[in-house]
Design a protein around this ligand. Structure first.
Ligand SMILES: Nc1ncnc2c1ncn2[C@@H]1O[C@H](COP(=O)(O)OP(=O)(O)OP(=O)(O)O)[C@@H](O)[C@H]1O
Ligand SMILES: [Mg+2]
Length: 363
């Protein structure tokens, strides 16, 4: 449905230098899929989205929707934004303050190319207002809405046009934690119900994992990894992804040799372990091991297994659903996330084990 190929976008900054905001970004988004651009502040997410919308003219690359070329540096094509017919909700969303809630959503239909009867407009507007939970507020002055309601109104306005592509730039950023969770759920079900192909921008990894069919993790204008939420989380291909998407413990290691398919024996400063790798490794390779805190399991004192670490509990943090322990092993610190019923005293010794397939060797 959407194809972005070798996109580069540069900006001149105040000192006349060139900021390479987006460098060689390519991805494909099939029909009906929610595709997320995930990355830290300033990595180029908004720039990529604005380039798809046509609000930014890239320096090179190509953007296509189906068979239509929207932008191509080689063919010298640039379709202006108002002819792309995409729905958009921006980071700094703007509602029209002099209009009611209803009118804000009806307006794009009234002025659009396609002519709708008043009855059609009424039913379309109420359908999306109900979907975003603003049905009751239709008659209200839009400036009287809370920040979160305004954000939902901006979303309704984008949805009412039934766009072939929906571009959302941090659409839930102004909501409190509880409402954000509810809106994630609602957005996701609307996306499904309307079958909307959606490009979703966020810096929140939890949101990206919860909402997306596919995620592109972006680091300094480049794609660090593209994959399903599960593969991004469970098989990060580099340290940046392992660190940015969830928490991870990292240990430097030296490969001793293969054990069996995709499994290797490695040596670290705190012992030898059996680990897994998606890449083929050879004896002598230097790697970085990555273990998620929730994959470290607390072991009773008497227990022994092949992948084990033992150290002093430095401190603990109770977080309701789980308990985090910081464990000092030699000069290495580990974070273990365990069930809240686990009782280990700060200052005492703790033993933790992990499965070889939960410990990834990254090059
Ligand atoms: N109009 C502009 N002029 C100059 N530089 C810009 C402009 N817009 C963005 N940049 C720069 O391009 C880079 C990428 O910016 P972008 O807005 O795409 O980041 P982002 O990933 O959306 O970040 P955030 O999560 O903070 O919104 C940044 O270094 C930014 O300072
Ligand atoms: Mg942004």
């Amino acid at each position: 449905m959407l194809e972005v190929e070798h996109l580069y976008t540069e900006y001149p900054n105040a000192n006349g230098q060139i900021v390479k905001a987006v460098q060689d970004i390519s991805f494909k988004v099939p029909q009906g899929v929610l595709f997320t651009l995930l990355g830290p502040s300033g990595c180029g997410k908004t720039t990529t989205l604005r380039s798809i919308a046509g609000l930014e003219r890239p320096s090179s690359g190509e953007i296509r929707v189906g068979d239509t070329v929207l932008y191509s540096s080689l063919k010298n094509i640039f379709v202006p934004p108002n002819q792309r017919n995409f729905g958009m909700v921006f980071q700094s969303y703007a509602i029209w303050p002099h209009m009611s809630v209803f009118k804000n959503v009806a307006f794009p239909l009234e002025v659009g190319k396609k002519k709708w009867s008043k009855q059609d407009i009424d039913s379309k507007v109420m359908r999306v207002l109900d979907a975003v939970g603003l049905g009751q507020e239709a008659g209200r002055d839009s400036t009287k809405l809370s920040g979160g309601q305004q954000q939902r109104l901006a979303l309704a306005r984008a949805l009412v046009m039934e766009p072939k592509l929906l571009l959302l730039d941090e659409p839930l950023s102004n909501l409190d934690a509880k409402l954000r969770e509810r809106m994630r759920f609602e957005l996701k079900s609307m996306q499904k119900e309307f079958g909307l192909t959606t490009i979703y921008v966020t810096h929140d990894q939890g949101e990206a994992l919860a909402m997306s069919h596919e995620i592109a993790v972006i680091q300094s204008g480049k794609i660090a990894q593209i994959g399903s939420p599960r593969s991004i989380y469970e098989s990060p291909e580099n340290q940046f992804v392992a660190n940015f998407v969830g928490l991870s413990n990292f240990i430097k290691a030296h490969v001793l040799g293969p054990v069996e398919n995709d499994f290797y024996q490695v040596r670290t400063a705190i012992g030898d372990f059996e680990v897994s790798s998606i890449e083929t490794l050879s004896g002598g390779d230097e790697v970085l091991l990555s273990i998620r805190p929730e994959d470290l399991q607390w072991l009773p004192e008497s227990h022994s297994q092949k992948n084990m670490i033992q150290g002093t509990i430095n401190f603990q943090l109770f977080l309701g659903d789980f308990l985090d322990y910081q464990i000092q092993v030699g000069d290495q610190e580990f974070l273990a996330r365990v069930h809240p019923s686990t009782i280990l005293a700060v200052g005492s010794q703790g033993k933790f084990g992990f499965e070889p397939n939960k410990c990834l060797a990254l090059r």
